[in-house]
Design a protein around this ligand. Structure first.
Ligand code: PLP
Length: 470
């Protein structure tokens, strides 16, 4: 008997948090309840989500940058439907799947330098794992250098390159021989590379944490150093790629920057099927698969599946058909101008970091005495709290999903689909304006909600501290 998915969804509507809490992750549900993200979603389309009451939301979280072409895109669905309806076999295992070959060819056409070879996997972190292994095999070295505040995934190898101690805590020791340097600090980079044991320098051209746009000068100088000391450059485009930055890849904003390995995932899947890719040069790839008995020495069972490959091919088509690189730049600029116009009017609002549709809104210490006291008070409780004071009312009062851009950074990040309407931009800008007006009234109702959450966070923190000290 076929199962009735809609029936399961109907039956669990409104109860999903309870069931999830019982059988999956109760700590996560606690966080979601605290910040008001405990909604029951019933529908998603384009840049919108609907909850069970029929309320429409603007999804600028986009599953951390997966939905560059929006949800339920007809072109992606059509390609997937064709695969489902076809009797063409996937995952034969001992095979050279044609859709994978074509997607690899299409990807290498769009990447800078002479990258001509692709390894496919199922997630961002796996794409990074492959890149680390490829760099080690190709250079015969084992060390790597990453940047502070970096995020490259959470499997053990990728976690070794994480620039945030809180992610690594409890799982160490990880891979040995990983070193962090500050973005911009070329002396520190050279000091480490000059030891001659570094296989790879791994970076996000725009760091997801804080939307930190690395400068052209820094990355070109880092490339010179990597060439000088024979270290491979691994460019993590998992969040910034697929048109997010207004170029196909964010590294393409920098003329002459030619990474040796580029990792893609998230939006590459078109939003339905997990997919990751590690794109490199033939000689690097061949250093891994260097003999017949090592022909699949790095592989994964579910790599190169027909659904994932069709999703990837159709996602590339949508980028072209809808002219999404240009739209990403135009719409991103609309956001930037709108936010910049507000900066002089709101003391907490400090500026905007934007490239295409990767956008960080910066907050900081105000000038007036009463607001300064409010700022000091929330930051004393929790350094994440102020940004939550923006995220929570954007959701509660204006039905917009956004996120805090990492631990202890007063930055709210938005990653809207690249094909949103101008009216969606206006929806967001009007909402941000309203949230700012309310937060600049201290004391006031916006601060009361914040203090309630802050006290709760404080209790959790105290409990954690006491459990780590006993
Ligand atoms: C820049 C970057 N690299 C790697 C990853 C890891 O990707 P995944 O969650 O698919 O493993 C992420 C995920 O957020 C990311 O933003």
């Amino acid at each position: 008997m076929p199962i009735n998915i809609q029936e399961i969804l109907n039956e669990t509507q409104g109860k999903n948090f309870d069931i999830f809490e019982k059988h999956i992750n109760p700590v996560f549900t606690k966080v979601l309840r605290l910040i008001g993200f405990n909604r029951s979603w019933v529908r998603g389309e384009g840049s919108y989500l609907w909850d069970k009451s029929g309320t429409r939301y603007l999804d600028f979280l986009a599953n951390w940058g997966v939905f560059n072409v929006g949800r339920r895109h007809p072109t992606i669905r059509n390609a997937l439907q064709q695969v489902l309806d076809s009797d063409f076999p996937g995952w034969v295992g001992f095979d050279a799947p044609p859709l994978a070959a074509v997607l690899a060819r299409e990807l290498t056409k769009r990447t800078p330098g002479n990258l001509d070879t692709v390894y496919f996997c199922n997630s961002g972190t796996e794409a990074i794992e492959a890149a680390i292994k490829f760099a080690r095999a190709s250079t015969g070295r084992s060390c790597s250098v990453h940047l502070t505040k970096a995020f490259h995934g959470l499997t053990t190898g990728a976690l070794s390159l994480n620039g945030e101690a809180s992610f690594r805590r409890g799982f160490e020791p990880l891979l040995s021989g990983n070193f962090a340097v500050e973005p911009g600090d070329l002396d520190a980079l050279e000091a480490r590379l000059s030891k001659g044991d570094v296989a790879c320098f791994v970076f996000e051209p725009i760091q997801g944490k804080g939307v930190n746009i690395l400068s052209n000068e820094y990355l070109l100088s880092a490339q010179n150093l990597c060439r000088k000391y024979k270290t491979l450059m691994i460019c993590d485009e998992i969040q910034s790629g697929m048109g997010r930055s207004g170029q196909f890849l964010a590294c393409q904003w920098i003329e002459g920057l030619h990474p040796d390995i580029i990792c893609l995932s998230k939006a590459l899947s078109g939003g339905y099927v997990p997919l990751g890719a590690t794109i490199t040069r033939r000689e690097i790839y061949n250093s891994v698969y260097d003999s017949m008995d090592r022909a699949i020495v790095h592989a994964c069972t579910f790599g190169m599946g027909n659904l994932a490959m069709a999703a990837g091919l159709s996602a590339l088509t949508v980028l072209d058909d809808e002219n999404l690189l240009a739209r990403s730049n135009e719409t991103g600029e609309r956001f930037r101008k709108g936010i910049e116009k507000m900066v002089p009017r709101f003391e907490f609002l400090k500026g905007v970091r934007q490239r295409g549709m990767m956008i960080g809104i910066e907050f900081g210490k105000p000038d007036s005495i009463s607001l300064k006291a409010a700022w000091a008070m929330v930051n004393k409780i929790d350094e994440n709290l102020f940004a939550q004071a923006v995220v929570i009312p954007l959701l509660d009062d204006h039905h917009i999903l956004t996120q805090v851009a990492g631990h202890a950074v007063p930055i709210v990040k938005i990653l809207p689909p690249l094909n949103i309407k101008d009216s969606d931009v206006d929806w967001f800008l009007n909402a941000l304006e309203d949230v700012m007006v309310k937060l600049h009234k201290f004391p006031g109702p916006a601060w009361e909600v914040l203090m309630k959450i802050g006290n709760h966070a404080l209790t959790i923190k105290q409990r954690e501290n006491s459990s780590t000290t006993t």
